[in-house]
Design a protein around this ligand. Structure first.
Ligand SMILES: [Zn+2]
Length: 236
């Protein structure tokens, strides 16, 4: 597989948005999207540098495991990265997505970035003055990352890739402490923190309930199944 250019990733992401009925430039609510695409998703603590894994069954059922140790912004990126594996990867072999940099991993990252941060949507949030001066205000950075629910790191990489900032601005902005800056500008900090431990997205609970109600499993077994998906539920 060849390495995707930014432009190619933008085209794939834009086509994917159309295919699944999303507007071209709007922020994505990732959990709503997982429900819509019927991807069974579990959030569990994974080891450091392991962000997620996905697979597809022979019958086309899709599954994701996302690290609840990552920040929520990072989780959104991982889910978009896994969407690439599920929808575009020609040889999808389940693997833990982390720091390994194969071409397919880079392509999945590139796609994730294009999908979560559509170019036109990002442009619309940057003033003409900022574009002309090649300098983006921190307030704008915060507004964009909060709007599109992505990590600072990912936003800055995207801004560099689409030519809004150069290496120097990238480094300067990257040095600014993320949590502190969000607090100073009055934003909720949950985007920059880990979360969703034990969250389950899918119809597993519903299926367990049907089995229990029809008498095919005992109450004990039903409770056991429910406990598997509810150690610490949190919605966001
Ligand atoms: Zn991957």
């Amino acid at each position: 597989m060849k390495k995707l250019t930014v432009h190619e990733a933008d085209i794939l992401a834009s086509k994917f948005r159309t295919q699944i009925g999303l507007n071209p430039n709007d922020p994505i609510n990732i959990k709503t999207l997982l429900r819509k695409l019927q991807i069974t998703t579990m959030y569990r603590p994974l080891s450091e540098n392991s962000y997620g894994i996905s697979c597809k069954s022979n019958t086309g059922k899709m599954f994701m495991l996302i690290s609840s140790n990552s920040t929520r912004g990072r989780q959104h990126f991982t889910i978009a990265h896994e969407l690439y594996h599920l929808y575009f990867d020609k040889n999808p072999a389940p693997h833990m997505c982390g720091l390994v940099s194969t071409t397919e991993e880079k392509n999945a990252d590139m796609f994730a970035s294009s999908l979560l941060l559509p170019k036109e949507g990002v442009y619309a949030m940057i003033s003409n003055e900022e574009i002309l001066k090649h300098k983006i205000n921190l307030a704008t950075i915060l507004r964009i990352e909060q709007m599109f629910q992505v990590s600072r790191h990912m936003l800055l990489i995207r801004l560099k890739n689409i030519g809004i900032i150069a290496e120097k601005e990238f480094n300067e902005l990257h040095d600014i402490p993320v949590l502190e800056s969000a607090r100073e500008y009055g934003y909720d900090s949950s985007l920059y923190k880990s979360g969703n431990k034990g969250l389950f997205i899918g119809d597993f609970g519903e299926k367990a309930r049907i089995l229990f109600e029809s008498g095919r499993i005992s109450e004990g077994h039903y409770m056991e199944l429910l406990n598997m998906i509810s150690d610490e539920r949190e919605e966001n």
